[in-house]
Ligand binder design. Sequence first.
Ligand code: SUG
Length: 416
Amino acid sequence: MSLTEINFDGIVGPSHNYAGLSLGNIASASHAGDPSYPRAAALQGVAKMRGNLARLGVQGYLLPLPRPNRALQQALALDGSEPAQLRAAPWSASSMWTANAATVSPAPDTADGRCHLTPANLVTMLHRAQEWPDTKRQLDIAFADPKHFAVHEAVPPTFGDEGAANHMRLCKSHDAPGVEVFVYGRLGGRFPARQHEQASRLVARAHGLASERTVFIEQNPEAIAAGAFHNDVVAVANGRVLFTHEQAFADRQGAYEAMRAAFPALEVVEVPSSAVSLEEAIRTYLFNAQLLTLPDGTMALVVPEECRESDSVWSWCERMLAGNGPIRQVIPVDVRQSMANGGGPACLRLRVVCDPATVDPRFLLDEARADLIESVIARYWPEQIDPSDVGTDALASSVIAARLALLDALDLGQLG
Ligand code: SUG
């Protein structure tokens, strides 16, 4: 049994579009109505997966969900008189951001020694609230072995749960017992707080986490108000390291102390506001990075290209690399199509610590599968979607056919 961390990236769906659906997500609002490029978006995602497969030797994926969602279209009683955003919701490709697919507690952390997964209900946003039943269908297949996995039902409404985007894990090594950190927001600010404290606590109980190895922390309301709609926009953890913006948490010192009390080996790499403002951190997504432990034991930070283009962010990265901290490489990747909807490299992946041999192999990437996925995308994914295409029969036929072609190629027709 060899436990390792596998990143399951969401393959960007053929209906990827910019409809401005996420209040509080600055990128989504500022790109509303732009044309989108689903083929380029999906190929950018596969290129990122290929890079991490080469770096880590293992990589997984989850498939796009069925769109347009006919049941939601009917439930919304769409007749053409509705606002465009309501019409767009059943078309959203938002399941690409698999950091919001589920919260995952690896086997060494749980009472029954299994890896527990709870699909996120995402109830705060209509276009995301439709995801979880279809996400669960995939998790039930990918992690079907009951000796190793338990896939739960989603947290009941009204407690909003956004999954791994508001959850971090500290550990000496991935296969050792870890400390799980849940970060919630408080309602009442200018933008919605999407993770409810009681949702976090419920997930921790359902997963059988030990109370002395579980920490609950409040997100900084100022960060939510500035556009950090998920904690993973301002902080990321891996192994012993917490990489965070100074303004990520409501009580900065209290947060570090609570984590250190549960996990004394904690190493905080904090970026001060004087070096990178909260606004610039959110614009560039410096913290929405994949913090990876490479096979040689060093850490690399996979960041969006936008970080390299920012003077303050890039010079901070250069200063960090010149020091002797735990992060030894910064690797920019191009995920611009996803970024324009507020999804960086970390949003696009769900981390699952498990033995790859216990996962349904149809969800694991190798070079041949990457070639296959790319060829289906190149052949079937729309090159461009204009806002006026969303809702049309022509676009519906093409995105339905594209997804079915991918399911067929990956021998996952049962998800059809
Ligand atoms: O939920 N954007 C997503 C981005 C999710 C990012 N995930 C993490 N931070 N882990 C969201 O806000 C925009 C869709 C649109 O506007 O068309 C959107 O849903």
